[in-house]
Design a protein around this ligand. Structure first.
Ligand code: PLP
Length: 405
């Protein structure tokens, strides 16, 4: 007799639908579609010749080792490069505070697995990164979302809800720099206020920082991790990835936290991915130590700033503003957030946009509960400059025609 597989799945996985963004990508195979959907950095910013050089050196000098199993917590050479890298950002950590991950998504997975029992509470911004939501959902928590404000997390609302809760949330998850999906940056005051909440209510803060160094204008604001250290605290878990500053294909990142948390995350890593490939880690070490980080980041910033400007100028020129649409103007990162009148369901609009040969991510996937339906996320880093202008024209026509129907 054939097995009825659905009856074999674990309770949590039975209802687990996977990564919501992934499902829309199957509509993007048509090469004529200009996609503003993915979170891809531009391959123009890959340091191709430096990567080739480092790769050949690794293969020639150390082939036997780089294709071996290696230590679960990470390569000491990469850990040491990360310690130096973080010093530039006012963060002082030792190797016991770092676990190398197989990228940011893995860092989030380790966090969810370590802290969450089914039905535990977590608090997140509304909207927030869909990949974090899906990764935490694997543990089946109850998600409390707090609407974002223009200058970041709504700390007053966090406080108000916390006062009413009977149970303590396990953590608060935030992306303070150029948040995915909104591009919003959380102000210094609000970062401090989040820390106040953390101390007062005894709740860890998970700070996810993939875009931190991709600032195109304005002054850098200290990370919540650094602010916590200045207060001699250890309440923050930092989640980092090399995906947006080096390349996503390498799948390497790192988490930083109190040594006990890191030890536990290492134990979990031993049970899920074991070691992160040494070749990939060594390439990241080369990225940090041999590939002129500052020069590379300046290049990235100039390149993405220009694309953002072109996108914003095209929106001003072509997008129907009289309908009450508005959009964020990020100071960095890879995304911005367009809010349309409440009558427009952007999931429906997505399928219409495909006919206009343009794609975005419908905003509803960025909510852990009670999704808001009239927003869309735009990625401006991947399409070419010419494509960005054309994409805005197509999107504008799509929205105008949608409203005529
Ligand atoms: C806020 C945030 N965290 C984590 C990740 C995951 O990064 P990675 O691709 O390195 O797994 C992303 C990727 O888009 C992100 O935007």
């Amino acid at each position: 007799m054939n097995i009825d597989w659905k009856n074999k799945y674990s309770k949590i996985m039975k209802d687990f639908d996977g990564y919501s963004i992934g499902k829309i990508f199957k509509y993007l195979n048509d090469p004529e579609i200009i996609s503003l959907a993915g979170g891809l950095p531009s391959a123009d910013m890959f340091q191709k010749s430096e990567m080739r050089k480092a790769s050949i050196r690794l293969l020639e000098e150390n082939l036997e080792n780089i294709f071996q199993y290696t230590a679960v917590p990470g390569e000491p050479s990469l850990v040491s490069a990360i310690i130096d890298f973080l010093k530039r950002d006012d963060i002082q950590v030792a190797s016991e505070n770092i676990v190398i991950t197989s990228s940011g998504q893995h860092g989030l997975d380790l966090t969810g697995r370590l802290f969450l029992n089914p039905e535990d509470l977590i608090m997140i911004d509304r909207p927030t990164f869909a990949g974090a939501i899906v990764s935490f959902q694997m543990e089946n928590p109850q998600i409390i979302g707090i609407d974002m404000e223009e200058d970041g997390s709504n700390v007053e609302e966090y406080r108000k809800i916390l006062k009413k809760l009977q149970r303590k949330p396990k953590f608060i998850y935030v992306v303070p720099d150029f948040q995915n999906p909104t591009g919003i940056t959380t102000s210094l005051e609000k970062r401090e206020a989040l820390l106040d909440i953390s101390y007062e209510y005894d709740i860890p803060i998970v700070e996810d920082s993939p875009y931190r160094d991709l600032r195109y204008q304005g002054k850098s604001i200290l990370s919540i991790f650094a602010l916590d250290q200045k207060r001699n605290g250890t309440n923050v878990i930092g989640v980092y990835t090399f995906s947006k500053i080096f390349c996503p294909g390498i799948r390497v990142g790192f988490n930083i936290a109190h040594k006990d948390v890191i030890e536990k995350m290492g134990n979990i890593k031993g049970g899920n991915t074991l070691n992160t490939p040494k070749y990939n880690q060594d390439m990241c070490t080369a990225f940090l130590t041999e590939m002129n980080y500052d020069e590379h980041m300046e290049k990235c910033k100039d390149y993405y700033r220009e694309k953002l400007d072109i996108f914003l100028q095209s929106m001003d020129k072509y997008f129907p503003k009289d309908i009450g649409a508005k959009w964020t103007v990020p100071e960095g990162g890879l995304f911005l957030w367009v809010s349309l009148p409440e009558s427009i369901d952007t999931m429906k609009l997505f399928y219409e946009a495909i006919k206009y040969k343009v794609a975005f991510v419908p905003g509803e996937v960025f909510y852990g509960e009670n999704p808001s339906k009239n927003h869309l996320r735009i990625n401006y880093s991947f399409a070419s400059k010419e494509q960005l202008v054309e994409a805005v024209k197509r999107l504008s026509n799509c929205v105008k025609d949608h409203l005529k129907v």
